[in-house]
Design a protein around this ligand. Structure first.
Ligand SMILES: C[C@H](O)[C@H](O)[C@H]1CNC2=NC(N)=NC(=O)C2=N1
Length: 96
């Protein structure tokens, strides 16, 4: 099973993930899209990537604002898999 990162390791990784915040309990990013359909489009693309990685973010949709939370539920905290997922979410948001 993937190991939960230390607080220091999460802080280091967040240095490369400027739009994310959090700690070993979870990392989050909130994004406001231009419209509700745009928000759903982003969620749909993130869902496809999550299936590809077999690693799934929590996603909270409020009209055109989406909050992503990455935590490895089976490990009980943030692992490298969450950092990779966050990077992939950033790519999808960048292209939206
Ligand atoms: C069998 C499969 O790998 C697991 O159920 C995966 C699926 N996606 C997951 N996603 C997340 N975020 N945490 C998990 O523990 C997790 N477990």
């Amino acid at each position: 099973m993937a190991e939960v990162l230390t607080a220091e390791a999460v802080r280091d990784e967040l240095g490369g993930l400027a739009d994310w915040s959090g700690d070993p309990a979870g990392i989050t990013r909130t994004v406001e899209l231009a419209s509700f359909p745009d928000a759903i489009g982003v969620v749909d693309r993130v869902a496809a990537t999550a299936e590809e990685l077999d690693h799934h973010p929590d996603m909270d949709i409020r009209w055109r604002t989406v909050t992503f939370r990455c935590v490895t539920h089976s490990a009980g905290g943030v692992t490298r898999r969450d950092i990779e997922l966050a990077r992939r979410i950033d790519e999808i948001v960048r292209d939206a």
